[in-house]
Design a protein. Structure first.
Ligand SMILES: NC(=O)c1ccc[n+]([C@@H]2O[C@H](COP(=O)([O-])OP(=O)(O)OC[C@H]3O[C@@H](n4cnc5c(N)ncnc54)[C@H](OP(=O)(O)O)[C@@H]3O)[C@@H](O)[C@H]2O)c1
Length: 341
């Protein structure tokens, strides 16, 4: 391949990821002022990427579009600002609000890269921020789940759900995990979840899920919950909330809306709030962010907020990689790996 060309994974129209993704050659982009060009090493396949490709994400793709909202790489060229020049040659975590990390090179504002500790592998650096930061911020900064209290979480078998289970063990809150498959229940128990309930939205009675949650936490109800599923699963959790309880809605994995009577919230004064990491961080200053990065680095190194990695695929294997990412029998994060140069 000529020196000024790179491999990118892109789609020409929204659709089923394995059908619409292809690997094509494109000219290597140049950074403008305030931007950096990063030579990517690895990037994860997250649910937000898959929704973006399907046209079901908040951000609509302008096609042809390159997916990928995070990853790790080396800053190769700076467009000229101080931050970019400082990071030249450094290995950084890339956070892109518009996608583009599923490429051998990507250009992002220099404010969207974070230098990453050399003690973290490329795999852990590629998954360094979005899930670990969400696990920490939701439970410790927003909900501030007190020691000994129950936190209900749905889609608990996800990479993020497993981080929350380990974080609960580390800081002392109890995890009540809702999963849709028995296999995930066994895995979460082995990981140290305090209690696991299996609920399959296509076959099980949501009212029974509410009752089961209440039996476990007691009649005063659930105090803290985080829901990534929505639909009948998230709605059943809402009906289990007790007086003054808080639930964060942070994902739409079922693709279905939450449905509940306003009375469910009115009578006990519970609240359901949307959570989006980007919005939360937009209100935080540099000191908070630096502290968060230090904390995440240490918690990933100590095995609390690390991601299990299922495997790595090259850009031309993107269709196989997204199939694996959507396959329930594949455990762990699937990553795209870009060639060393
Ligand atoms: N709001 C934010 O700022 C923010 C930040 C980070 C992540 N998130 C969200 O957090 C969630 C987890 O992300 P992740 O990267 O940890 O995911 P992941 O590791 O790719 O795992 C996805 C999980 O979702 C489960 N799932 C899929 N569809 C489901 C359904 N209809 N009902 C119940 N479970 C379902 C899967 O269960 P099986 O194992 O049974 O297939 C799997 O455990 C996603 O919704 C993501 O968008 C939100």
């Amino acid at each position: 391949m000529a020196n000024n060309l790179m491999d990118v994974v892109q789609f020409d129209q929204p659709g089923i990821p394995a059908d619409v993704l292809s690997c094509v050659s494109q000219p290597i982009p140049h950074p403008g002022h305030g931007e950096v060009r990063v030579r990517m090493l690895a990037a994860p396949i997250n649910p937000s990427d898959l929704m973006f490709i399907r046209g079901r994400y908040t951000l609509q793709a302008v096609c042809p579009a390159i997916p990928g909202f995070e990853g790790v790489g080396i800053v190769e060229q700076s467009g000229g600002d101080l931050r970019g020049r400082l990071f030249q040659g450094r290995r950084v975590v890339v956070l892109s609000r518009t996608g583009g990390t599923w490429a051998e090179h990507t250009v992002v504002p220099s404010s969207q890269v974070i230098p990453v500790s050399r003690h973290l592998s490329d795999e852990q650096a590629a998954t360094f921020f979005v899930n670990p930061a969400t696990a920490w911020v939701m439970t410790q900064e927003v909900l501030q789940v007190p020691e000994g209290q129950w936190l209900v979480q749905t889609a608990a078998g996800s990479a993020l759900g497993r981080m929350i289970v380990r974080l609960g063990q580390r800081v002392g809150f109890r995890t009540l995990c809702v999963v849709r498959r028995e296999e995930s229940a066994e895995q979460l128990k082995a990981l140290g979840a305090d209690c696991v309930v299996v609920f399959n939205e296509t076959t099980d009675d949501p009212e029974k899920l509410t009752q089961t949650l209440l039996q476990i936490v007691g009649e005063s109800g659930v105090g803290y919950a985080v829901d990534a599923v929505g639909g009948s699963t998230g709605s059943a959790v809402i009906r289990s909330l007790g007086r003054g309880a808080r639930m964060l809605a942070f994902g739409t994995l079922s693709g279905k809306p939450l449905q509940f009577s306003p009375r469910t919230l009115m009578t006990v004064g519970s609240t359901v709030e949307g959570f989006w990491l980007g919005n939360f961080l937009a209100g935080k200053g540099l000191l908070f962010r630096l502290g968060l990065v230090r904390r995440l680095t240490s918690l990933i190194q100590s095995g609390v907020l690390n991601s299990e990695i299922a495997g790595m695929w090259q850009p031309h294997q993107a269709a196989t990689a997204v199939r694996a990412a959507e396959d329930s029998s594949v455990n762990g994060k699937c990553l795209l790996r870009f060639k060393e140069q």
